[in-house]
Structures are given as C-alpha cells and as structure tokens.
Design a protein around this ligand. Structure first.
Ligand SMILES: NC(=O)c1ccc[n+]([C@@H]2O[C@H](COP(=O)([O-])OP(=O)(O)OC[C@H]3O[C@@H](n4cnc5c(N)ncnc54)[C@H](OP(=O)(O)O)[C@@H]3O)[C@@H](O)[C@H]2O)c1
Length: 260
C-alpha cells in the first residue's frame, strides 16, 4: 500500500497523507544524501546537516539514526541551498510512503543513506528555477527522481539536473508521484526475463500490490493476458472488479488456484 504525502493544501483530515516535505539537497548546509550499501555506511556527519532553529521555507522529515519511523523521524526546518549553474530548485508536490522507505528508515534495506537523511525515495515536484547551465528542464516542468535516495519528503529542495527526470504534467499527480518505483519494477519484470508476445499470459501473486497493479496495466497495454492471484478477503468481489477495471483478465484466490 502506498500513501501519498501531499502539498499542504491537500493536508486536511486525519488520513494517511503527511506533509510533502521530504528530499535531499546539495549545499553543505543541507542534507547531502547518498545511498550506500549497508556495509559501507559512514557515521552521521553533523556538518552535512543543518536544522535551522528559525522558521524556514523548507520543511523536511528527517531521521538521524535508524529505528522505528514513528520515533526517529522528525519534522525539521532546513535551509535551501543557493541554485548553482547546474542546479534545479524544485517545489515538491507529492511524495508517497513506499514500504521500502520504511525499511530504509528502519535500517534493514539493502541500500541505506548517509545520516542524517531526509526520508522518501520517490515523488513529483515542480521546477521553480534553474541554474544558468541547465538545459533539460525549465520552470513549471514536473520532475521525479532519477535514482533512489533523493529524500523526497520535503517541501522544497535544490537538486542537480542529472538527478531529475521530466515527466508530463498532465497526468494525475498521484500517478506522477508513484511512477518511479512500482511501475518501473513491473515493466522490468515483464521485459527483462522473457520475450513476451501479444497474447502470451503472465501469472502473478500479490496482484493487488502496487507492483501487481502496474503489471496488470502495462501487460494490458502490451496485449499480454494476466492471471492475478490474490489472498481471499471479505470484499473479494470489489477488489476483483477493481483489478478487472485496470485490465486484469483473470483474478483468482490462492485457494482457487490450488483446486484442480
Ligand atoms: N525494484 C524492486 O526490486 C522492487 C520495487 C518495488 C517493489 N518490490 C517488491 O515487490 C513486491 C510488492 O511491493 P509493493 O510495494 O507493490 O507491495 P504492497 O503494495 O505493499 O503490497 C503488498 C502485497 O503483498 C501481499 N502479501 C503480503 N504478505 C503476503 C503473504 N504472506 N502471502 C501472499 N501475499 C502477501 C499483499 O497481499 P494482501 O493484500 O492479501 O495483504 C499485497 O498484495 C514486494 O515484494 C516488494 O519488495 C521490488
């Protein structure tokens, strides 16, 4: 299940939306977050992080050590770096909480950032300003992280142009914010292991997962048929209908799959 962190205008009610305030920045006064294999992590470098005591334009969800996210993640004010020649000033529009974001904070994910770090690996932002040598993006563009570890749970940040990918701004905000992980994983699963042809069939379990729903939609667009396995649940028909609306050909429970 993916929950979105939205811009503050969408932060109403007691739902799972949290402040869209997470990412990574470039100047020494900001978070310079790089993903490292767990085995080569460095100790937290206090000099790489500055939480301003005064009200700042940039708010971020930051963790200084690994542990229970509810305990180690704090809302902090950060300073915004100056926009250098190849830099892009981005205002985050929405950023999800992916299960792997939680694992990263807990410290049990394969790739871990230098600490302190801003949480969040995906999301979508709008370009506010660009440096003089930036050619690939312009103010107003929507951008997503090119790689994991950007730290998207923040309101604004200054990133390098090479750290961003432009996406169309006429797609749903939530789709743009969740484009970078699950749909890409689904696409790679469908493309990298077998040479599938239209009319071929793909079977998957956990088909209601974020990845599974992307598999259904991409497969349908490629003319592939999908057999989607679910765990049984009280509202099975509702979920079955939803997956079929996405393009699923068959939806079966694990129990049905085991029957002759
Ligand atoms: N690049 C990558 O390598 C990459 C990227 C993204 C995701 N992933 C992997 O893809 C998978 C899906 O990720 P996601 O974020 O899309 O997941 P998600 O939306 O959080 O959904 C989790 C899914 O797992 C199912 N599930 C949990 N426990 C299960 C069990 N014991 N038996 C059968 N099904 C079970 C859930 O079914 P219920 O609804 O019945 O609970 C649900 O369909 C995960 O394994 C994740 O690690 C890999």
């Amino acid at each position: 299940m993916t929950y979105l962190a939205a811009s503050s205008s969408e932060l109403t009610g007691g739902n799972m939306w949290v402040c869209g305030a997470l990412c990574r920045a470039r100047a020494p006064a900001q978070l310079g977050q790089r993903l490292l294999p767990e085995s080569s992590r460095r100790r937290p470098d206090a000099a790489s992080f500055s939480a301003s005591a005064e009200a700042s334009r940039v708010r971020a969800l930051v963790y200084g050590h690994h542990g229970d996210p509810a305990k180690v993640v704090e809302l902090k004010n950060l300073e915004l770096a100056a926009v250098g020649g190849s830099d892009v000033h981005v205002k985050m529009l929405a950023a999800p909480i992916n299960p792997s974001d939680i694992n990263m904070i807990q410290g049990n994910y394969g790739l871990l950032p230098q600490l302190p770090a801003v949480g969040g690996n995906e999301g979508v932002g709008q370009v506010i300003a660009v440096g003089s040598s930036v050619t690939g993006v312009k103010p107003g563009d929507w951008v997503i992280p090119a790689n994991p570890g950007l730290g998207t749970w923040r309101t604004e940040a200054v990133f390098g142009e090479e750290e961003l990918i432009t996406v169309p701004s006429d797609i749903p905000l939530q789709s743009a914010a969740t484009l970078g992980v699950n749909p890409c994983t689904a696409y790679r699963m469908l493309m990298d292991f077998e040479r599938l042809q239209p009319g071929d069939s793909v079977i998957q379990n956990a088909s209601n997962s974020g990845v599974g729903q992307a598999v259904i939609q991409i497969a349908a667009a490629l003319g592939l048929r999908t057999i989607n396995v679910l765990r049984d649940r009280p509202d099975l028909q509702k979920l079955t209908d939803r997956l079929k609306n996405l393009g699923a050909d068959h939806v079966v429970t694990e129990e049905e799959l085991r029957k002759a």
